[in-house]
Design a protein around this ligand. Sequence first.
Ligand code: DAH
Length: 357
Amino acid sequence: MSDAPLAHLDDQVEELLRAIADLASLEELTNAEPTLVGKRSVLSSLQKSLGSLSPEERRDAGARLQEARRRVVEALEAQRRDLEARARVAELDADRLDLGDVVLDAVRVPLGAGHPGIVAITQYALEEVFVGMGFRVEDGPEVESDWYNFEALNMPPAHPARGMWDTFYLELGEPETVVLRTHTSPTQIHLMEKAVAEESLPLHAVMPGRCYRRDTPDARHLAAFHQIEGIVVDRGITFADLAGTIDTFTRAYFGPDIDSRLRPGYFPFTEPSAEFEITCTLCRGEGCRTCSQTGWIELGGCGMIDPAVFAAVGIDAEEWSGFAFGFGIDRCAQMRYQIADMRALIENDLRFVRQFS
Ligand code: DAH
C-alpha cells in the first residue's frame, strides 16, 4: 500500500489517546509528553517515514498525520487542563477539610439537656395525663415545717407513723421542726388551706416535686426522688372515684396491658388507705430482681382523705369528701423505660443520660 507507513495510524492514535486519558497527574503528563508528541514520539517517526512516498501520497499522508497530531495534542492539552483543575480542587479540598474539622468540632460539642432528663420527661408526661383527666398542676415547697409534713397530715408529735419516713431535719429554728419534705403530701395541705381561704372548693390538683428520705439507695430507692401527689375534694366523692382514677391513669400512662391493683394499706392521712401497685413492666408479672420476684411494683399510696386532715385545714367533712394519692415519678420512669436499677438515674453515666437528651 502506498501509505503503508500510516497503515496503523488510527490504532496508533487510539493508543495514544488511551495513554493520555490514563495520565493520572501533571507529573506523569510532563514525563510522558516527549514520547507522546515530542521528537521521540510515534508521530514524529511516522513523519520521518513519509520521505519514501511520492509527493502526492506524501501530501495526503501528511494531511492525515497532521490531523492525527492535532487530535493527540488537543487530547493532551485537555488532559493537562483537567489534571490542573483536579490538582486545584484537591488543594482546595485539603484546605476545606481543615476548616471543616474546626467547624465540625464546634458542632459536635454536646448541647446537654435538662437533668435529670428522664425524670423531667416522665413528670411532664404524667402531668399531661392528669391534666387530660381534669386535674390542674400545682407546686409546693421542698423545705417544710413539721406541721405540714406530719402534723396536719394527722401525725401529732411522737405519732408512731412518723417512723414510716426516715426524715432529714434541717438545723433551723427549734430542733426537729424544719424538714426536707419526705413526701409531696404536705402540698395537699397548702392547697386545701388556700382553697378554704379563697373559698374556691372543689379542688382537683396534682402536685409533682422532689422529696427526700434518709434511705440507702438500692435498685428501687433513692435518697432524693420525685413524687406526684393528687387530690380531689368535692361533694359526694367515693372510693370508686379513687379506684377509677388510678385505673384510668395506669392504662393511659403505661398502656392497656399493664394492670393496677389496690391493696389495703395504712396511711395516717387517709381512711381507708390502700397501696397502689402495677404489673412489673420488666418481667411483665413473671417475677424478677426489680420486683423482688412478686411480679408487682408498688407505685405509691392512696385513700379517702381522713376527717382529721379536713379538720386541720378547716374543711367541713360533712359537706366535702375527697381522695388523695401519691406515687414515685422515678419509679414510673423505671417502669416505663424498664430501668433495672434506679441508681442509673443519678449516676450521670453519659451512655444512659444521652438516651433521653
Ligand atoms: N405520702 C405517701 C408516701 O409518700 C403516699 C401517699 C399515700 C400519698 C396515701 C397520699 C395518700 O396522698 O393518700 O408514702
